[in-house]
Design a protein around this ligand. Structure first.
Ligand SMILES: [Zn+2]
Length: 170
């Protein structure tokens, strides 16, 4: 048995699956047989039969070393992050919709362009009169694009997506 650093519950979903795969590969490589394997969110139980020539300590060292190295490599990347997010969303009965955030700070959720300089922190749309801070307007625009993508994507069209309610105090 061992635990990830800080005993954080990171071994879930695709990470747990990948962890198991890697452990089995390592065991195979050293001709060790995994009799039982249980991956819990914050620790791993493994029962192995190992060649005495190799020794259990060396095998465990390899199992730990390779798995933590591999998982860290694979899941710290952007795609790893997206995989995790998508899994989280799915397990909550939601969809992950990826939105191109380009230009979202330059547009009002009403559809009009509201150009801003980097130092303009406020959003004021002369077309619809909407006033808020820059980041809030961007977030609303990202949401609007996501909802539009949803209606344009047949697989997502039937999925209920609650429009969150907003309150904002300056
Ligand atoms: Zn507007």
């Amino acid at each position: 048995m061992w635990t990830p650093k800080y005993r954080r519950a990171v071994l879930v979903g695709p990470i747990a699956k990948r962890c198991e795969q890697v452990l089995r590969q390592v065991a195979n490589k050293y001709r060790a047989e995994i009799m039982a394997l249980e991956i819990m969110p914050d620790h791993v139980h493994v029962l192995v039969e190992v060649d005495p020539q190799l020794g259990i300590h060396r095998l465990v060292k390899h199992l730990k070393g390779v798995s933590s190295h591999t998982l860290r490599q694979e899941f710290r990347t952007w795609s790893g992050f997206i995989r995790k997010l998508s899994y989280k969303a799915e397990s909550a009965g939601r969809w992950l919709v990826k939105v191109n955030a380009r230009g979202t700070s330059q547009q009002c959720p009403c559809g009009r362009a509201v150009p801003k300089k980097l130092w303009d922190r406020k959003h004021h749309c002369s077309a619809c009169g909407f006033k808020t801070i820059r980041d809030h307007a961007s977030a609303l625009e990202i949401l609007r694009r996501g909802l539009r993508l949803r209606t344009e994507t047949p697989a997502l069209a039937g999925v209920a997506l609650e429009a969150p309610s907003f309150s904002y105090g300056e």
